[in-house]
Design a protein around this ligand. Structure first.
Ligand code: GLN
Length: 483
């Protein structure tokens, strides 16, 4: 038995029956990281030594998840461990406190195996904009894992961690999950606390999960969801057990298929795979209807205006004075700001700060920022209307399969288009999950996005679970680490 192939719920079963110990599990992962990390480059910080020590000390009577390892995206603050956001600006930053999600992970006795690589400050769609390294896609090492949470996605796909946390502002969980053939959930805005998560665009950011399957997704969501007094946008939805949603029956489920997401720009093989998935749902007894979500065409422009505006404000705190990189040659205060920011931030981050500052400037605020906020309301209204008729909405997650390293990194517009299917979900604050639905002719995974109404995570989990049980993707297809 290869321990690292197992899902977390399978591990839990084997712990219970005493077929496996916490120590064996952590040793298996340490070994796997040793073997695969040199090819995949998914980690900014590897913590296997600490993890193995911690594994020795897990008490017998600790909770169910005690001793289970996890990977954490490097923009989630971890007390005493570096949190770099894959930026030179925070290269040596050690947070004095844990993010709320980390407190929750730690309170279960789970073991952090490492901090995962990402696009700098979560800005990007390929993990090529990390200051430290480019993460590779385990299915084909010449290709990107997607982004910005590419390290988390690739590590789960490569079995270097059994599951991981990421963040999603415009698709950064769902798109890399899709490109790496794993399950990625972006919860409803407000379901998971953002306290201690380095802010990119505060009205869009949300922490979510990367897992091997939908059942693990529900288990991990149970851990991280919940109202937090320290995040005023978090919402109390009461105690929920998301694993209860895992049912195979989708008879009578109403699925909306927005035609705008199947048109121009969507790769024909991706489209075909989605059409087959939709056929499958029909066979399973769901009611499928095509409809128009017209406003989706404006979502990308709206997203990049709002996200950049919020980023320009949020990133103002990195000034070279406090916890960040400081340019060594700066001679006075002004130079400290200027040089530290010039040297500390990468090109994409600077591009966003400049664009964001521009759309917020008094001369252009009405034309761009205000307009974008108005369109945001229209996007929300259209989704509200759709959810009066449908339980869930199904689209591709990404317009293409994993692209080649270097293919889009010098063309921001091309890179932004990678989010065309995911951004409207963040704009409307909805939950969305990506699950693998097939592979293309090159054997690269294709992802299906299932979108739900606010706080209806149960519905998308159920819709995803039923399909996953039908197609058994994980048994049929495995990453090849093609060189
Ligand atoms: N790729 C998108 C961007 O660059 C989304 C990033 C994210 O979700 N963090 O903004």
């Amino acid at each position: 038995m290869d321990i690292t192939e197992l899902t977390v719920h399978e591990l839990l079963g084997k712990l219970k029956s005493k077929e496996l110990t916490i120590k064996e599990i952590n040793e298996a992962y340490a070994k796997r990281i040793e073997e695969k990390e040199k090819d995949v480059d998914a980690f900014v910080t590897v913590l296997t030594e600490q993890a193995l020590e911690q594994a020795e000390r897990v008490p017998e009577d600790a909770g169910e998840l005690a001793g289970i390892p996890i990977g954490i995206k490097d923009n989630i603050c971890t007390k005493g461990i570096k949190t770099t956001c894959s930026s030179r600006m925070l290269e040596n930053f050690v947070s004095p406190y844990d993010a709320t999600v980390m407190e929750k992970i730690n309170s279960k006795g789970m073991i952090t195996l490492g901090k995962m690589n990402m696009d700098e400050f979560a800005m990007g769609g390929s993990t090529e904009y990390s200051y430290f390294k480019k993460t590779k896609n385990p299915w084909d090492l010449n290709r990107v894992p997607g982004g910005s949470s590419g390290g988390s996605a690739a590590a789960v796909a490569a079995n270097m961690v059994p599951w991981a946390l990421g963040t999603d502002t415009g698709g950064s969980i769902r798109q890399p999950a899709s490109l790496c053939g794993v399950v990625g959930l972006k919860p409803t805005y407000g379901l998971v606390s953002r306290y201690g998560v380095v802010a990119f665009a505060s009205s869009l950011d949300q922490v979510g999960t990367f897992t091997k399957d939908v059942e693990d997704c529900a288990i991990l969501l149970n851990v991280i969801a919940g109202k937090d007094e320290r995040d005023s946008t978090s919402v109390d939805v009461g105690e929920k057990d998301y694993t209860k949603a895992l049912q195979k029956d989708v008879k009578g489920l109403k699925i909306g298929v927005p035609k705008e997401f199947y048109g121009e720009g969507i790769n024909p093989e991706v489209k075909k795979s989605l059409e087959q998935a939709i056929e499958k749902y029909k066979e399973m007894g769901a009611e499928v209807e095509e409809f128009s979500l017209d406003i989706a065409n404006y979502a990308l422009a709206t997203y990049y205006i709002i996200a950049c505006a919020e980023a320009s404000s949020n990133l103002g705190r990195f000034d070279g004075i406090r916890y960040t990189y400081r340019a060594p040659e700066a001679k006075n205060l002004k130079e400290i700001y200027k040089k530290s920011r010039s040297e500390g931030f990468g090109a994409e981050v600077k591009r966003r700060i400049i664009l964001g500052t521009y759309v917020l400037s008094s001369g252009y605020y009405d034309a761009y920022y205000k307009k974008a906020q108005q369109v945001r309301t229209l996007v929300m209204n259209e989704f509200n209307k759709a959810f009066e008729k449908y339980d869930v909405i199904i689209t591709p997650t990404s317009p293409t399969v994993a692209f080649k390293i270097g293919e889009k990194s010098n063309n921001p517009m091309e890179m932004y288009l990678a989010d065309i299917c995911t951004v409207s979900v963040n704009i409307a604050g909805l939950p969305g999950i990506s699950i693998p639905c097939g592979v293309d002719s090159q054997g690269l995974p294709i992802g299906m996005q299932i979108i739900g109404n606010k706080f209806e995570e149960e519905k998308i989990l159920k819709t995803a679970y039923a399909f996953e049980q039908e197609i058994n993707f994980r048994e049929k297809y495995k990453p090849q680490f093609k060189k």
